[in-house]
Design a protein around this ligand. Sequence first.
Ligand SMILES: NC(=O)c1ccc[n+]([C@@H]2O[C@H](COP(=O)([O-])OP(=O)(O)OC[C@H]3O[C@@H](n4cnc5c(N)ncnc54)[C@H](OP(=O)(O)O)[C@@H]3O)[C@@H](O)[C@H]2O)c1
Length: 340
Amino acid sequence: MMNAVGLYQYLPIENEQSLVDLQIDRPNPTGNDLLVNVRAISVNPVDTKVRAPKNDIESIPRILGWDASGEVIAIGPDVESYAVGDQVFYAGDITRPGSNSEYQLVDERIVGRMPAQLNYAEAAALPLTSITAWEALFERLGISPHDGDAGKSILIIGGAGGVGSIAIQLAKQLAKLHVIATASRLESVAWVKKLGADQVVNHRNALDKELGIIASPQVDYIFCLNNTGQHWSAMANAIAPQGRICSIVETPEPVDLDLLKSKSATFVWEFMFTRSMYQTPDMIEQQRLLTSIAKLIDEGQLVTTVNEVIRPINAENLRKAHASIEQGNTIGKVILADWK
Ligand SMILES: NC(=O)c1ccc[n+]([C@@H]2O[C@H](COP(=O)([O-])OP(=O)(O)OC[C@H]3O[C@@H](n4cnc5c(N)ncnc54)[C@H](OP(=O)(O)O)[C@@H]3O)[C@@H](O)[C@H]2O)c1
């Protein structure tokens, strides 16, 4: 048996039954799976979106959580990249039980070796947001990670959040872009500047107008991490001719793609679970990019984005972290560490 935090019902976070402490069976690895002793987890908006209130009832408890660090304690017969005792970090697969459990199965192809310089809590802040930011910048937007696009400009909307905090660093440190981040409060403005943003504008105002005020009316790239619909027309105005926009946030209302036509601007989605959800042949790219992130951390080019660590991992603390994410103004990452 093992400790876990999960749900049977989808309830408002104020309800004590929205996330409950559990004792469930410990799984065994087969195929390419690693069995990981989870030591720290982080909480992302995807957790609160999956947990959002609805009438469904689960007969087997649902385990959420898609960000973890821990130690490999057993491996499936087909595993090639890892051995028992390795320290790893990963986001996991949205179609499988999540990381809010003491032991978790995860496919080795979406797992990275943990940065040697970080402890478990610091490492757990990184996988989901790093995969998202890396795929968005270097694959979907096609920006060169080796300064081939140095000097071009990017607007990162929602810069102080989990994804923005690592995206700013990748855009600045690796791609050598001119980074304009959005933030609306003194603390979040200070945070994005510390991480390397060259300029900051306020997403509570129309972003195209804000860019005009700082004399950067058009940008080569836009990475949208919040309210795609709200920012759509401003993004269409601000994108340079033949520029590229990537969003990671679903939009409840339709957006008008025609606004991009005269500029031949590209719009592309990023969804970091695509590779694991569809078992794409290039799934192992996520192992490679997490390994690159670990190397960049160890070389001092990137820093962890952890901002708060709560101990131990249990339902009460996880409910606190979900409540904080639901407010929509967290800075960096909230981590839970240790089971006792
Ligand atoms: N598609 C994918 O693969 C993928 C992956 C990861 C995340 N996501 C989604 O991307 C979104 C961001 O994730 P995250 O982890 O970065 O979130 P997060 O950490 O919760 O983001 C919090 C930040 O959002 C900013 N913000 C609040 N309202 C905003 C607005 N109207 N416009 C711009 N920024 C605003 C806040 O800045 P201030 O406090 O300065 O206002 C705050 O710092 C979530 O919806 C998440 O579900 C998608």
